[in-house]
Design a protein around this ligand. Structure first.
Ligand SMILES: *Cc1c(COP(=O)(O)O)cnc(C)c1O
Length: 362
């Protein structure tokens, strides 16, 4: 007889990772194309020599380095096994069955999963016509059961971002007992005008109900190493420790993250090339007739509606793996120039024009 599993698990969507197969260009997981810096690889190799010892459960050294870099108290920083693990921890510390978690849709696929895992109820608010967070509608959707709000900024999968002033006025309307999580996984790719650059850590300095999530997986290029972090009010951050899976941030992850912070400038410089390619890719797609919202991340969004699956299958057949999202659209990671060229060659050729027509006419 099969063991009894909680019945609601059947309705929890399985996280679907980006596909990969040999020989194809993978523009499906928002990874960086460059490997670790030699200094980071060396730190990893050294950490491995102590693989037989448990890591520091609280990532003390990493947390101290982050706190110093961000000018916040160490008690206001917590590391996690990727920031997705902290998304789950945040749902666990705020919600019991029947509470509501509020977020835009489409947004990051982990939000519905962590919501359902803790038995909370998801309340979703559609993005605007321009595929941007509708902060007014989100504020209006708050109820007395709302415990947690996720704002993914820039938004995965649409790449759109809202500026600092819009976030401020949104936060002013959210009751202060509700935890607002600003998921800034793509923070480093933003190129906002000075003065309006969204920055959750700054917003959190005066708002104890704001927690900011960042990660080493994207701009810092450590997707495989699994380390992200939360910054917020020490009273909130302390609770993350209660639900944290012990030792889930490995010694290797802590060492790699510390070494990456030491080479921060060099790693952040890499984002300039990605941003230049993001502009080039979007311009070419728009020029070919596609509707593509401006992106502040390392990917672009093609709202292809019911054609999304066909487009992504045709792209895979042309050797470029992209990520379809149901009947909403397709997300394409900005890769190296030759990879982007391969994608553009497929997307803008005569046979693909029908997809551009669909997107323009929606
Ligand atoms: C990639 C991503 C994360 C973090 O991923 P980890 O690898 O777990 O750190 C978090 N939020 C969003 C929106 C992402 O796209």
């Amino acid at each position: 007889m099969t063991a009894r599993i909680r019945p609601d698990l059947a309705s929890i969507p399985l996280y679907v990772p980006g596909r990969d197969f040999p020989g194809a260009y993978k523009l499906a997981s928002n990874e960086t194309t460059l490997g670790p810096l030699p200094s980071v690889a060396k730190a990893v190799a050294e950490a491995v020599e102590l693989a037989h010892r448990y890591p520091d459960n609280r990532s003390t050294e990493l947390v101290a380095a982050l706190a110093e870099a961000l000018d916040v108290p160490a008690e206001g920083v917590s590391a996690g096994c990727g920031s997705v693990a902290i998304c789950q921890e945040l749902a666990q510390i705020t919600c019991v069955a029947g509470d509501e978690v509020l977020y835009a849709w489409r947004s990051f696929e982990m939000y519905p999963i962590v919501t359902q895992v803790v038995g909370a109820t998801a309340v979703t608010v559609p993005l605007t016509e321009g595929h941007v967070h509708d902060l007014d509608a989100i504020a209006a959707a708050v109820t007395d059961r709302t415990r947690l709000i996720f704002i993914c900024n820039p938004n995965n999968p649409t790449g759109t971002a809202v500026g600092q002033r819009a976030l401020e006025s949104f936060l002013d309307r959210v009751p202060p007992h509700i935890l607002v999580v600003l998921d800034e996984a793509y923070f480093e790719y933003q190129r906002f005008p000075e003065g309006d650059r969204p920055d959750g850590v700054e917003l959190g300095r005066t708002r104890p109900n704001v927690v900011t999530l960042r990660t080493f997986s994207k701009a810092y290029g450590l997707a495989s190493i699994r380390v992200g972090y939360a910054v917020g009010d020490p009273a909130v951050i302390a609770n993350l420790g209660k639900v944290h899976v012990p030792f889930s941030v490995s010694r290797v992850a802590q060492a790699a993250a510390i070494a990456s912070l030491q080479s921060q400038a060099e790693l952040l410089e890499r984002t300039d090339a990605v941003v230049a390619e993001r502009v080039r890719v979007r311009d070419a797609l728009v020029g070919a007739g596609y509707d593509v919202p401006p992106s502040e991340a390392n990917f672009v969004w093609l709202p292809l509606g019911s054609q999304s699956a066909d487009f992504s299958a045709a792209s895979a057949a042309a050797g470029v793996l992209v990520r379809p999202y149901g009947v909403d659209g397709v997300r394409v990671t900005v890769g190296d120039p030759h990879e982007n060229d391969a994608f553009l060659e497929f997307a803008t050729n005569a046979a693909s024009r029908r997809f551009a027509d669909v997107s323009a006419n929606r």
